[in-house]
Design a protein around this ligand. Structure first.
Ligand code: AMP
Length: 363
């Protein structure tokens, strides 16, 4: 069952970098199949550490603490893509197997490198250009046109570090918003809807994918996901081809997500890739035979992948900020599966939990 001596057995420790809600749901899934989870995070009292067997709180560049982490957790995965390259290097130097491959994490950390990489895999994106000054922004605008979006290349998520440009007159204000950080100008996609593909690749090269997810965003943050997506089988097949290609390239092990814009003519344009479990896959906890979290754990610890079939139509709604104060009402609704992440404080825009509703039979 395990991959030629590199896999973990029940009772052994899986390491997770990061202490947020994705780490928490990975830890719960790992515990269900008998693994101990050791979390490494720079945050005390994190959502993941409160369901893990052990937590090391340390900076991501603390080589001594990372080495102590790697001594007990032979296989280490991550709940976020912004793992510094030096962190992964320190873990590997200490003898850990890091899955997925840090090269996939590195590409996904930089929006320019990511789009360049996707294009090299024959996966289309919007037109884009690297921007390091107002003059470069103006030059890029004359090539790409408006509307357009300026984003920081690194460390942006949930619509943070972004500025929309309706015309060239918006250039100075948009560049100002980047605070001097290297940026990328992207053409604006007038999409019909947004979809994502979530797939897994095992250590043995096996592949499984979930049904295409249809996603709604509000203010740059995912608000809800529904299954089945309103998309043709040809669109699903194109998304599968893209994710397979990316995974094969990295000899990838684990779950990987690609977010796309679906255009009116059926064209799929990739927005970004996430080398990890994804918010648009939370429906799989109740709605699929194997959740994305268990699937990722199975892959990285060298077990066979589980079946990824969807068992119902699903609607997942994020509980953002004060939405979570409705927990008692949601918990008493028999059609709702409530998930709360145990975050100690509520902030506007912060993902506090989610709710999934299933409808049988699946269409
Ligand atoms: P991101 O931070 O790149 O995931 O963007 C968050 C959301 O902003 C996306 O899910 C889209 O709804 C919107 N968005 C980002 N980039 C573009 C683009 N180039 N064209 C149209 N909408 C975009």
């Amino acid at each position: 069952m395990t991959g030629q001596g590199t896999g973990l057995k029940p009772g052994e420790a899986l390491g997770i970098l990061g202490g947020g809600q994705l780490g928490r749901m990975l830890a719960i899934a790992a515990a269900q199949i008998g693994l101990d989870v050791h979390v490494y995070t720079d945050e005390a009292d994190s959502p993941a550490s409160r369901v893990a067997a052990k937590t090391i709180v340390g900076a991501y560049d603390d080589e001594a603490k990372l080495a102590a982490f790697a001594r007990e957790a032979r296989i280490v995965t991550s709940e976020f893509e912004n793992v510094p390259a030096a962190t992964a290097d320190a873990l590997v130097a200490a003898g850990a197997i890091v899955r997925p491959d840090p090269r996939a994490l590195a590409v996904a950390q930089d929006r320019f490198d990511e789009k360049t990489f996707l294009n090299s895999m024959d996966v289309p994106t919007v037109p884009f250009a690297a921007v390091n000054s107002l003059a470069e922004l103006e030059a890029a605008l004359s090539r790409i046109g408006t509307p357009a979006i300026l984003k920081t290349r690194r460390l942006g998520y949930d619509g943070l570090g972004q500025a929309r440009l309706q015309s060239g007159a918006d250039a100075a204000a948009a560049w100002e918003k980047m605070s001097g950080a290297p940026a990328i100008l992207e053409g604006f996609a007038s999409f019909e809807r947004e979809v994502s593909i979530i797939a897994a690749r095992g250590a043995d090269g096996s592949f499984a994918r979930y049904d295409l997810c249809e996603n709604d965003h509000a203010g740059g943050i995912l608000s809800s996901t529904r299954l089945p997506a309103r998309a043709s089988p040809a669109v699903s097949a194109a998304a599968e081809k893209a994710v397979r290609r990316v995974m094969e390239h990295f000899d990838y092990v684990g779950v990987l997500t690609i977010e796309f814009f679906l255009m009116a003519d059926g064209a799929l344009i990739a927005n970004e890739m996430a080398p990890r479990v994804h918010n648009s896959g939370h429906w799989t906890i109740e709605g699929a035979l194997t959740s994305q979290f268990e699937q990722h754990v199975r892959a990285v610890v060298g077990w066979r992948l589980g079946p990824a079939a969807r068992i119902a139509d699903c609607e997942m709604t994020n509980l953002i900020g004060e939405d979570a104060s409705r927990w008692a009402e949601i918990a008493s609704d028999p059609s709702a599966h409530l998930h709360l992440y145990g975050k100690r404080s509520t902030r506007a825009g912060r993902k506090m939990g989610h709710v999934t509703r299933l409808k049988f039979p699946p269409t």
